[in-house]
Design a protein around this ligand. Sequence first.
Ligand code: SF4
Length: 414
Amino acid sequence: MTAPVFAMVNLGCRVNRVECDRIAEQLEAAGFVIGGQSEADAVIVNTCAVTGEAEAKTRKAIRHAANLPHRPVVFATGCVANLFADSLASLAPNVRIVQDKSSVAAQVVEALGGAASYTPASSSMPTPTGRTRPGVKVQDGCDLRCSYCIVWKARGRSTSVPLDQVVEEVSAAIDRNAREVVLTGINLGCYNDDGKHLPDLLEVLLDRTPVDRLRISSIEPQDVDARLVSLMASSDGRIAPYLHMCLQSGSETVLRRMGRVYTAAEFAKRAEAAYAQIPNLAIETDLIVGFPGETDGEFAESYAFCERMGFSHIHTFRYSKRPGTRAAEMEGQVPPAVSAARSDAIRELGERLRKRCADKLVGREDLVVTQTVGGGISGGLFAVTFDTPVPTDRIVPVRIAGATEDATLRAIVL
Ligand code: SF4
């Protein structure tokens, strides 16, 4: 009998991707093989509810998979499955809802009749695919309540993976040849294992594992404090010189309506302190344009703030109404054409700033994780090409010799 096939559809954030990787590892360990949807016996859809648009995409993906001619069993999990289980289940008779993400693999195996051969994967099980920059989920949920967000409702209050377990998972990833480990969570600043916070976790990982490089996937601005910055600055590149600080708006008044817990002025203070202390630091951000009531003046304030911060990348999102949130009830919803124009302007600014950041790195030394013989990823998450072939899955010191128009770095291997 040929091995059963599964396909993964991931609609969400980096945390969802890490969760998908874990489910895939568990299914491969149980004898399943990964494939395309057209041949899959089971399609796992990891759903996203972050915006109304994301939820619509989720429903479309489930309908598409469930209506494939061979009618695979579709397992819907994640934020939309947690919030709107009944309405997702009613999309098609072959849709199953799995609210406990840790049980997805077991439920797939059971449904497809492979339970007898199924052994749940332990954290030390080898990854069949082998990965150089795996993510390790250390935290879930969020204790804040931003007015546009439904994720805190979908995922609940913050929970943290115990510190010792994170050490084990990171060590296991290194055994599987990881050169960089990306610590992920919904709100990493909420990490709290019995009074041990994110800087404690980083310190312990640097001390107790031989990890070449850790990367913090994203962080809320209020959590970029003096301790974190000095830890990054003194780590000799073992904590990537990279911060994804979620700004959302550079306008003080919009930030207040968003229910964010920092001001733009505080953001600037923290970012500037980090730039001053961490060599080669790249700061990326998320920005929402067209938030309810965002005036031309507020948008201009936000635009100027982004320019001042010199972000290495701006992930721009057009606000879309998310029923069930406070922002959805706010006056002054911005017309789509206005949001689209603002989004285009920020995208153009983001490209210009990225190129400027890349140019600033020319002449400097950096560490690159090699992903092909010809290149890899820099500390600040820039694509790098080498002057000479280098084996893959290494971390190599380089000097940056130049930057192309699309902000790819050209490097001399040292
Ligand atoms: S910090 Fe705000 S936007 Fe981020 S998950 Fe928590 S509530 Fe949502």
